[in-house]
Design a protein around this ligand. Sequence first.
Ligand SMILES: [Zn+2]
Length: 156
Amino acid sequence: MKFIVDSNVGRLARWLRIAGFDTLFINDLDDNRLVRLALAEGRVLLTKDTQILKRRLVTTGRLKVIFIEDIEVKAQLRQVVKTLNLSDKIKPFTLCLECNQPLVTRSKEEIEGLVPPYIFKTQTQYMQCPACQRIYWRGTHWERMRRELERIVGEL
Ligand SMILES: [Zn+2]
């Protein structure tokens, strides 16, 4: 399940990535290009734009669009997960939150010198984004987001 988010629900991209769903978000993409890209890459389009819903591609079912109702990002995530029945497909922290790339597991030796010393001392599991090189670990921030996800979508 892959997504593309319209700029009117841009914040949803980050939470979908946290949950492990491949999500494209490109700023300042006009509706035509947005729709074309969604179709070309087989992505479900998430939007608050009712005009998009009236397009032939959408009314004929060629392009799947979910009209996002809520203005609050966590409620939006809940809507997507519920609508598409995704709660057992959630894989937290498998994607880079910045560039949507699948994260690669790294050993402690590989990341030595690349994370703060106190992190290196206390954490054993690391992941890295092959695109931006950002390193992720299961620290307090990770734990907080995981709990938040759990709260949003129910049991994980
Ligand atoms: Zn990245």
